[in-house]
Each structure stands twice: as C-alpha cells, then as structure tokens.
Design a protein around this ligand. Structure first.
Ligand SMILES: Cc1cc2nc3c(=O)[nH]c(=O)nc-3n(C[C@H](O)[C@H](O)[C@H](O)COP(=O)(O)OP(=O)(O)OC[C@H]3O[C@@H](n4cnc5c(N)ncnc54)[C@H](O)[C@@H]3O)c2cc1C
Length: 483
C-alpha cells in the first residue's frame, strides 16, 4: 500500500493537463495549487489511515485475487460484512476530513464493473472479466486512486445520445482498431479526477439499439494523450488564495474538487476496454454503480454532518446559549436526522446479496431510499446549523480585518461571545458552519450519485407497486383478489 506521501509524490509524476481559471497548470506543482491542495490532503487521508495500525481491517482488506493486504478502496466486496465495513469506514473518514475524500467513486466503479463484466461474458462469451481482473490487480498492487467517470454532459436532455446535433455530448467510440478503440466526448462533475491516477469510464445511462457506440466502459490514465481537465469553481474559492480562517475547512476543502474532463480522440487499448457495444447490459452497469454509490451517502454525509452538528453546538457554547432548551432540542433533531441517513446506509448493506461473479451488492431499493433521504435531510440539518450559528455566518468581517493593526482590536472586542473563548476561535467555527452548509457543499447532497428523480425512477422499477395493490385489494375484500 502507498503511504500518504507516496500518493502525493506519485501525483507529481503524471503529465496531467489541467486548466484552472483559464490557466494551464504545471503538472509537477498542480497539487500545491490553493484550489487543489485541500482535496489532495483529504484523499491522502485514505492512504494515511490504511497505513495506521488503529484502522487495520477497517481501511484495509485482503485481495481475493492475490491474497495481498490492500487498501480497502481497491477491494471487491466479498461479503455483507465488507459492505458494512465500507459504510463504517466512510463515516469515520468524513469525521476526520469534514468533507469528501473522493475515493469512493472509483471504489464503486470497480465493484460495479467487476460484477457486470462477468455477466457480459456469460451472455456473449467475451473476455472482459479476465481483462478487468488484470486491471484490478494492477490497481490493487499499486494502490491507485480512480475517478469514477459516469456522468456525460448530455446536451439537450430531451434527446437520446444519437439524436443530439453534436454526437460528442455523450462519450462514444469513434473508431475501432485492431489494437483498441478511440473515444471522444466529455465527462462532467468529475470528483477527485485531477488528483487520481486513473479514471474508469462508464456509460451515463442504459443504451438502446442503435446506440452501441455509446455503450463503452474502459480505463484510462488521467494523463492519457488527448485528455484535458478543466477545474470547477466553488463558492468562495478565492478565499483559498488568502489566509485560512475564511476558508472554513482550509485543511481539506469543500466537496471533491470536481472538473470537466474532455476526451478528445483518446486511444484505449483493448486490454483496458470492459464493455464495447453490449447495450443490453449497459443499464445494469449504470444501476450497479448508482446503487453502490447511493448506499454511501448516509455514511459519508453522516460523518460530514457529525462535524456540522459539532460546529453548531460549539457556536452555541461560544456564544452563551448552549444550554438553552430550544438549542438542545434542535441539536437532538439534527442527531436524529443524521442517524436516520446512516441507518439507511447500514440497512442497504445488511440486505446485500451475492452477484453471479461472487462479489456482494447492496439492496438497490434501500440504497435509493438512502440517497433520496440525503437530498432532503442534509438540507434540514444544515438549516438548523445555520439557525443555531446565527447571522454572523453571513456577515462576519474577514481574517485580514482581524489581523489588521488598526481595526483588529475592534473585531476582537465586538465579535467575542462568552468571555473565556478567544474571538478567533468563535470566528473559525462560524466560518466552518458557513462553508459546510452553503453553495457547493449542499449541491453535492442533491445531485451527487444522481438527482432525486433518478431515485424515484428506481422506486417504480423496484418497489413492487402491483403487489401492494393486491395487498390492499385483499384487505378491502375486493372480489377476485383472494390468494
Ligand atoms: C459535487 C458533485 C460531484 C459529482 N461527482 C461525480 C463523479 O465523480 N462521477 C460522476 O460520474 N458523476 C458525478 N456527479 C454527477 C451527478 O451524478 C450528476 O450531477 C447527476 O446525475 C445529475 O446530472 P446533471 O448534473 O447533469 O443534472 P441534469 O441532468 O442537468 O438534471 C437537472 C434536473 O433536470 C432533471 N432532468 C434531467 N434530464 C431530464 C429529462 N430527460 N427529463 C426530465 N427531467 C430531466 C433532473 O431530474 C434534475 O432535476 C457529481 C455531481 C456533483 C454535484
């Protein structure tokens, strides 16, 4: 396994092409850029903890392919226990970073591709699963970080991929050669991509006859020729270029450092292609990835919300109203909601089942319920955090004002809460609440792993509404409905 330092060093060795605010970055120093370094530190935590004796078994696993000890983020779930351990690990890491550490997307993509390649081979006699296992062994042995690249830019949402005026709005195969394929298009919202070694590309939705060129799953180094990453802006990101207080979470940043990844005629050798035109199973790959990913959200957002709840409680203590009954009541409400989403993550993992490939898969209906709850509950938790923290989170002067020799004394004097707490500490926690409950952080809970409607579509598929009608008809005594 790599150490956190080896992970960071390995990122400098890539010849990755990244633009930030219109400027091409030097690949050697990209990870020191103020917009990027927090996300790198957060991802590095997944390496650091796996190397700590305290987290042995939680952040490590034994490879079912090689028997080697590996970082759990490269593991294929071998049991319900593995699914549960993942959930516990995600919550624990979020409690330490207070933000996304980006590595679960690639983890979920590996698990989805593992089981689906097996099923494609069963149906078509292809050899994708064998290829994929070789790639997986390489990932495990080198402890690589992968971006999970599913979401296409999609252009006009009312049109299918083949109906778009520009065929590149969904990633597709533009040429098949003896030695591999050439792909073109663009993936959007790519979490952790600029600080990953590899990306695992998957179709964005189930494809239909005539859309075979869009049913592509393959792996690419993030610095492959023809790949350009355009880093996304975040709420308040210019604050990263100054001091640390105003950033809220200066050490680890907010969300996952997402980017737009352009694939401009990129060559992929056959040994890295894991689906190419098998439209019948493209929907299965999308569903498997989505459900693994949706199962995470009560765990990672649960850990993040542990920090939000703690920050709100600290603000109350620092401001002198920590013992007020309505504050205690609101904190309890936040705890109730947070444990509810965590329970959903545990539930869909407890109900996991074995796939044809022998790996374990979460209960898909409960995984969707989990993520759907997160699209609402996190907003409610954050609303209460903002209520408790007070208007100061929206109007507070800057760190520069606090440090200014002329006016710093005023800030120090007039922003103090209870006498025993330094003003700077109160300002730090206020900024943490502001940053964790605002813009970019909240949007991830809504759209990450799919917008709410994507979960509702799954209820229609998975919930057995017709059977529920029969239950009701029988109990109502409708003639002909008897068992
Ligand atoms: C912080 C963050 C991190 C992310 N990380 C990753 C990642 O690492 N990897 C990855 O693959 N993806 C990632 N995503 C992408 C995420 O899965 C998508 O945001 C999500 O699937 C929604 O797609 P979209 O953003 O293109 O929204 P849109 O498709 O534009 O949807 C916007 C709204 O329109 C509705 N809508 C869309 N199409 C239709 C239609 N045809 N008919 C009716 N209504 C429609 C949706 O339900 C939604 O309400 C991330 C997203 C965020 C916000």
């Amino acid at each position: 396994m790599k150490t956190a330092q080896q992970y960071k060093d390995s990122l400098r060795e890539r010849n990755v092409r990244v633009y930030i605010k219109g400027e091409l970055q030097d690949p050697k120093t990209l990870i020191d850029h103020p917009f990027v370094k927090g996300h790198v530190a957060s991802a590095a935590m997944t390496y650091a903890l796996a190397n700590s004796k305290d987290y042995e078994g939680l952040c490590t696993a034994t490879s079912h392919l090689t028997g080697h000890k590996i970082n759990r983020f490269t593991h294929i779930h071998q049991s319900v226990d593995d699914l549960l351990i993942k959930i516990k690990m995600l919550r624990m890491i979020s409690q330490k970073t207070g933000t996304c550490y980006q590595r679960c997307v690639g983890f979920d993509a590996l698990n989805a591709t593992y089981s689906v390649t097996y099923e494609i081979d069963q149906k078509y006699g292809t050899d994708y699963h064998g290829r994929f296992k070789k790639f997986l062994t390489y990932v495990q042995d080198n402890d690589l970080m992968l971006a999970g690249a599913m979401t296409d830019v999609k252009g006009d949402r009312s049109l299918r991929p083949g109906q778009q005026k520009d065929p590149d709005l969904f990633v597709h195969v533009v040429e098949k050669r003896d030695d591999g394929v050439v792909i073109r298009g663009c993936k959007a919202h790519m979490t952790g991509m600029v600080n990953s070694h590899e990306m695992l590309i998957m179709p964005t939705m189930g494809m239909k006859p005539g859309e075979e060129e869009y049913a592509i799953c393959c792996a690419l180094p993030t610095d492959a020729p023809g790949v350009t990453h355009i880093f996304g802006r975040q709420t308040n990101d210019d604050r990263k270029c100054g001091g640390d207080i105003d950033q809220g979470n200066a050490q680890f940043g907010i969300v996952g450092g997402e980017c737009l990844t352009v694939l401009d005629n990129v060559f992929v050798p056959w040994e890295r292609v894991f689906m190419c035109g098998e439209i019948e199973l493209s929907g299965m790959l999308v569903d498997r990835f989505a459900c693994y990913h949706r199962s995470n959200y009560g765990a990672c957002k649960g850990g993040v919300s542990d920090v939000v709840i703690g920050a709100a409680a600290l603000m109350a203590d620092y401001s002198g109203y920590g013992k007020a009954s309505h504050i205690k009541d609101k904190l309890n409400e936040m705890i109730h909601m947070n444990e509810t989403i965590y329970a959903c993550s545990l539930a869909c993992s407890c109900q996991g089942t074995c796939t044809a490939a022998g790996s374990y898969y979460v209960d898909p209906l409960l995984a969707n319920v989990c993520k759907h709850n997160v699209t609402k509950i996190i907003y409610d938790i954050d609303r209460l955090a903002q209520d408790i923290a007070g208007g100061i989170i929206a109007t507070m002067p800057s760190e520069e004002d606090l440090r200014n020799p002329e006016i710093g004394g005023y800030v120090e004097k007039y922003l103090r809460g209870v006498e025993s707490i330094p003003t700077e500490d109160r300002m730090r926690v206020a900024r943490l609440v502001e940053n964790m409950t605002g813009g970019t952080a909240l949007a991830e809970s809504m759209h990450g792993a799919g917008s709410p409607q994507a979960q509702k579509v799954m209820y229609a598929k998975l919930s057995g509404l017709e059977e529920k009608k029969k239950f009701a008809a029988r109990i109502a005594g409708i003639r002909g409905s008897e068992e």
